[in-house]
Design a protein around this ligand. Structure first.
Ligand code: GDP
Ligand code: MG
Length: 219
């Protein structure tokens, strides 16, 4: 899979990042976007998103708006706008902090209520590099998380924003699955009515529009 130019895309979708504060959401996003770690501390107010276009093996270009939180998760006060029309989510916990795993049911419910009951969710156990350095740092067993994922119909992987392990795989799988589940992804690439179910299909007239606010999703 390759990254295509920013304005050349067939399908637009919104996905969100959620999970307790400090699990590494912003670092994961930065690793995926730039293959680097954040240079400056993230802003502390508002919601921000980044966009990236992924070329699927079928040749379809999926442009993703990936919404990060900016500290509101500390107060469990993420706004409805964060979830609205999201087709998928990366739900993140920290493999070295059990309490971040206990919060997962709450995050999964928020995504399903705020976005869609059948939103695609990839569960990511982050900071696996710390466990590789010192196995006693692990507080969440792989098998326990895998079972939680199975029961809640989530895709699952352990990853590290610091080493880069499985970061691209996690985001790419999310975007591929979101596209596959969309009405457009179900069919061949013929023009159909745009979906109201989270993934937004871009018609030729507004194709390539630069989005600075994400308002096309605010419905
Ligand atoms: P957020 O609050 O979920 O956005 O978390 P941040 O991305 O701001 O990261 C919180 C802290 O965890 C920072 O000190 C990061 O350096 C650290 N961190 C994030 N990801 C990793 C990782 O994969 N491994 C390690 N060892 N530390 C990480
Ligand atoms: Mg953050």
């Amino acid at each position: 899979m390759a990254i295509s130019t920013e304005d050349d895309y067939d399908h637009l979708c919104k996905v969100v990042l959620v999970g307790d504060v400090s699990v590494g959401k912003t670092h994961l996003l930065s690793r995926y976007m730039k293959d680097d770690l954040p240079k400056a501390p993230a802003a502390t107010i508002g919601v921000e998103f980044a966009t990236k276009t992924l070329r699927l093996p079928s040749g379809v270009n999926v442009k993703a708006q990936i919404w990060d939180t900016a500290g509101q998760e500390r107060y469990r006060a993420i706004t409805r706008a964060h979830y609205r029309r999201a087709a998928g989510a990366l739900v993140v916990y920290d493999v070295t902090r059990q309490e971040t795993f206990r919060s997962l049911s709450m995050w999964v419910s928020e995504v399903r209520e705020g976005a869609s009951p059948d939103a695609t969710i990839v569960l990511v156990g982050n900071k696996i590099d710390l466990v590789e350095q010192d196995p006693s740092a692990r507080q969440v067993y792989h098998d326990v998380a895998a079972e939680f994922a199975r029961q809640n119909r989530l895709l699952f992987m352990e990853a590290s924003a610091v080493s880069g392990a499985h970061v691209k795989e996690a985001f790419d799988q999310l975007l591929q699955e979101v596209y596959a589940k969309s009405p457009k992804g179900d069919r061949n690439e013929s023009d159909g009515p745009s979906s109201d179910k989270g993934a937004v299909t871009i018609s030729p007239t507004n194709r390539g529009t630069k989005t600075s606010s994400g308002c096309e999703y605010c419905g």
